[in-house]
Design a protein around this ligand. Structure first.
Ligand code: DUC
Ligand code: ZN
Ligand code: ZN
Ligand code: ZN
Length: 486
């Protein structure tokens, strides 16, 4: 049975051209003019793009005394409705601290629910021999990236010696270290000062996490990564201070990757001054939204290549959950949503305004992510043999984003009232149409798969070289086989 996506303009990270796409089973068979099939998907007047990959979500995550409300089922449905066909979710260790158990727990939760494919990053929230050993298990289980929180003091935060040790372990294993870059000690101090001054509302959240604390941590993590000799991925880059650190490191030849969020590109910190407590609290996340000046820099970074991917950090807490921090902003569960809206807002505010070309849009929403996370070209590519994760992207459907029409389980939307100019007409996951605009039916829970992401192979080579040289000053700079030019 051959399915043909007919009459569209194929857009890849490199170029755009008129072509049909033939799918056999779960993969792409052929791309070319006038292809014949048994079944057709109409792409007339639309773009045919690799399905979006959101590299940063927190579905059903236990966090700050509660659990994120977005489920694997609602989250993957919302993603499909927004043209995203794969999520990479953050796996957190439970009370026993075991990485292996945490990954199994994530499988247990996600497997029966996911409508599309998923991968994981693993969080390293402390340092001991078990963690050192189990990081290898994680890589063997298909998790090749480890996130480190430099903030959330007393909870998830790791110290610099732990960062160094864990980065080194990543290097040995051929895994990619990631950081949440905020100076947790300074945030902790500033939070106490805010409360002492009687500032207890959501605006205190933004005041206690200024851009400098993010810039400082980004610089520190980069220096530690350079000392270890490993690439580094900095999640949720919100400000010029962190962007500047990444740009400088890249100029010096380091492989440092930066991930701004859709929220940071479009929404700003004036939201925290709302007279409506709920409105402001719903937008509390870390790092917080920044002032408008930071946004131009982030957009320019995406076009210039100093920032490579756009994520959402989708961590969805209901208004009721946000009210846990009614008397103290430090208790507001941190997180906002966007996995359903990411492509539409990026198209509207990026491509429609001329800040990004359609090809750059594909690069930052899918292809670069697949390359950096080592799942390219199975994902993120429109080539024969790749998984048929494809979005038929319609630049003529304009609509208003609202909690009333979203697939997310949230009772509000941080994008409420925003007009967007494009929408997924069809979303295909490994050849199945899992979303059709106008039909609004839910894809089958459990049809999604966990996609193992292998260790980066050139790391092993670099490691043996390094052992031979037996000198920490002679470490190879780039042990990972991420394709050049990203
Ligand atoms: N930031 C958030 O806002 N939510 C989840 C975790 C994080 O780092
Ligand atoms: Zn410290
Ligand atoms: Zn984070
Ligand atoms: Zn996050």
């Amino acid at each position: 049975m051959t399915k043909v996506i007919k009459g569209g303009t194929v857009v890849t990270a490199d170029r755009s051209y008129k072509a049909d796409v033939a799918i056999e089973g779960e993969t792409i068979r052929e791309i070319g003019p006038d292809l014949k099939g048994d079944e057709y998907v109409d792409a007339t007047g639309a773009y045919v793009i690799p399905g979006g990959i959101d590299p940063h979500t927190h579905l059903e995550m236990p966090f700050m005394g509660t659990t994120a409300a977005e489920t694997f089922e609602s989250g993957t449905w919302a993603a499909a409705a927004g043209g995203t066909t794969m999520l990479v979710d953050f796996c957190l260790p439970g009370a026993d601290g075991s990485i292996r158990n945490a990954i199994n727990e994530w499988h247990r939760k996600s497997a029966p629910q996911i409508c599309s494919d998923i991968g994981y990053h693993m969080a390293v929230t402390g340092w001991n021999e078990t963690i050192f050993n189990e990081m290898k298990d994680a890589v063997d289980m298909g998790v090749n990236s480890f996130k480190h929180f430099m903030a959330y003091k007393g909870a998830l935060m790791v110290e610099d010696d732990e960062l160094f040790a864990s980065f080194k372990r990543c290097r040995e294993l051929g895994a990619l270290p990631m950081v949440h870059a905020e100076n947790g000690d300074v945030v902790d101090l500033l939070q106490k000062q805010m409360l002492e001054q009687g500032i207890t509302g959501p605006e205190g959240h933004a005041y206690s996490r200024p851009p400098e604390v993010e810039g400082e941590a980004a610089n520190r993590a980069i220096m530690i990564a350079d000392a270890v000799g490993t690439p580094l991925y900095i999640v949720h880059v919100s400000c010029e201070q962190a962007h500047e650190a990444i740009r400088r490191a890249r100029q010096k030849g380091m492989r440092v990757y930066g991930e701004p969020l859709a929220q940071f590109l479009i929404l700003d910190d004036s939201e925290y001054l709302s007279k409506d407590w709920d409105h402001a609290a719903q937008r509390v996340m870390s790092p917080p939204f920044r002032s408008k000046e930071h946004q131009d820099g982030l957009w320019n970074g995406l076009a210039a290549g100093s920032l490579q991917v756009v994520a959402t950090d989708h961590a969805a807490f209901t208004t009721e959950q946000k009210r846990m921090g009614r008397d103290n902003f430090c208790m507001i569960p941190n997180g906002t949503g966007g996995l359903e809206e990411r492509l539409a807002v990026l198209w509207t505010y990026g491509v429609e305004t001329g800040r990004l070309t359609p090809e750059e849009f594909v690069a930052v929403t899918s292809t670069n992510i697949a390359k950096i996370l080592n799942i390219y070209p199975r994902k993120g590519a429109l080539v024969p043999g790749a998984d048929a994760d494809i979005t038929v992207w319609d630049p003529k459907i304009s609509r208003t984003l609202s909690a009333s029409n979203q697939k997310s389980v949230l009772d509000y939307s941080v994008w409420e009232g925003m007009q967007v100019s494009a929408q997924a007409r069809y979303t295909l996951s490994r050849g199945d149409v899992i979303w059709a605009w106008g039909q609004n039916s839910q894809p089958q829970p459990g049809r999604g798969k966990f996609i193992p992401r292998p260790a980066f192979s050139s790391a092993a080579r670099a490691l043996s070289q390094w052992k031979e040289l037996n000198s920490p000053r002679k470490v190879e700079r780039d042990p990972l086989n991420i394709p050049a030019g990203i």
